[in-house]
Design a binder for this molecule. Sequence first.
Ligand code: C2E
Ligand code: CA
Ligand code: CA
Length: 596
Amino acid sequence: MSSFDGTQLDILLVEDNPGDRRLAEIALREAATEGDMRIDIQSVGTLADCIARLADSANRFDAVLLDLGLPDATGLDGLRAARATLPEVPIIVLTGNSDITTATEALNFGACDYLDKAEVQSRPLLRAIRYAIERKKSEIALIHLARTDPLTGLLNRRAFFEEVERARRNARRTGLDCAVIMFDVDRFKEVNDLYGHKAGDTLLIAIADSLRAQLRDTDSIARVGGDEFAVLATHLNGADGAIDAAEKISTTVRAITTFGRTNLEATVSIGIAVFPTVDTDADADMLLTHADVAMYKSKATKRGSISFYDNDMDARVKVQHELKRRMSGDIAADRFFLHYQPIVDAKTHELIGVEALARWRDADGQFIPPVDFIPLAEESGLISQLSTQLLAQACANILRWQNAGLPAVGVSLNISPIECRSPTFALRLIAVIEKSGISPELINIELTESSIIQDIEMTKRNLDFLKTYGVGIHVDDFGTGYSSLSILKDLPLDVLKIDRSFVNDLDKEGGAEPIVQAVVELARKLNLKIVAEGVETEEQAAILASIGVDHLQGYYFSRPVDAEQLTTLWTRKLSDAAGESPQLIQSPSVEQKVAV
Ligand code: C2E
Ligand code: CA
Ligand code: CA
């Protein structure tokens, strides 16, 4: 890697034409003088020599000047090979003015800049080199950021996954084993609950720091979930080496005893998957799952123990893996889609919005309910892909409704806790909305209280961003979590959705009416609207309206229906009801009581 400090410039010049080479060398030396730097130039004339110099770890180049027409490489081939050899060194491409298109294309393939050979002069050259070094630096910083867990500085799940894939390939080649060692902190939740999230974070950072200090430099260490860590140990001789690493992890974490004012001995439950000696056919994804399964076995047997993945655990894993594989394919094949459930004004029963609910019909036509597949999507990391796709579908439907002349109403999408604490969540959402061209005001997101408080800082950042952009923020299943008022007060919320359980028994003796009333008052104070969900009877609807709930949703008005059904019902009713007082929608199967 470059260690460019502004005083010494190390350049690899790859140019086969002696005349061009000499001119470039002169310009380089002049550039160095102008920039008040010492310069060292290594010149080679073939791609093979270029690769050899780059691969030699004794060299530390600040930049490579690469001619696109070499005797052993034409066009972008040389660039590709050089990048593959040493991705972290900035490359400036040298071109004759005839291949300017190739030069621009080179930028897309990772060149930092290009220069016309006819115009290689000290000043533009110096500027190009400086710019290339800077650009490379920020590129590397970005990659680093994308690969690290912000709290601990360890690798994140995705980066770890890539490391495991690489280790698998190496293991095949070297005949040595690699092991995925997964562990989480026993009773971490208690630490969080007793001492607060800050204390929990401190513990996680302490664990990360000691692991980094104690494990081998060649081990990759990652934080793969809340309190879940993973270590990738390579070059092992069978399972024994993995045990050594696991025991080291265990003692390292146990040694972190002082913690705030209290003494706390942290223990970890460990699961190991070894490739290829034990887990012969596993891919990277399976290795992670296997280590995870073994970890759960450790937890179930005795906290603080170490378990290996073995074939007994296979059956369970296979089912899960198969479902995940199907899910991944079906996301790509558009077998996930949305149903929409109307939300109406409590007084007029006029349609004011819809909630979008995910549905999965698999290749065999089998229907799988969201309560089954959402947790799986969350666990497997497919959730954000799924939710991006569903959002795009929702946007497309909104456009369709707009084009059909239907009134614009908001669509509320459910967001998993995993998503809203991802640093890129808001950006991803906004990108999809931007691309669709719809107005962001038509999109609301529903988050449960518990998902909000899981990582309040990151969630708040995401929500503030989305709110500014125009997206509505709704709290789902309100009343079932533990969110404190003070937390809600600081968030950019628009709507509280009262959980179904409070609505259920409203029309019965001793129902939750006082609770709902209290929530309505609270909402007024915070300037929020209230939606009651799960309204199934006329009586419930009437009580809720009289208490002052703003909007209602539930089977009484309509079950969730597909986009087409919603469009047809809506269009028909609009034309039928023109000029008349609000009417109820009748659907073929279910009685729909939504006025339009
Ligand atoms: P939720 O967000 O609380 O959604 C409301 C659920 O209540 C829906 O179930 C809806 O069909 C059902 N429901 C609506 N009205 C009534 C009623 O009057 N009575 C009764 N008994 N139920 C009613 P669904 O569609 O099965 O969704 C279940 C859960 O799955 C949702 O609960 C939500 O947490 C999750 N979910 C659904 N779609 C998505 C999604 O796209 N992303 C994420 N992350 N989660 C989703
Ligand atoms: Ca919801
Ligand atoms: Ca809900």
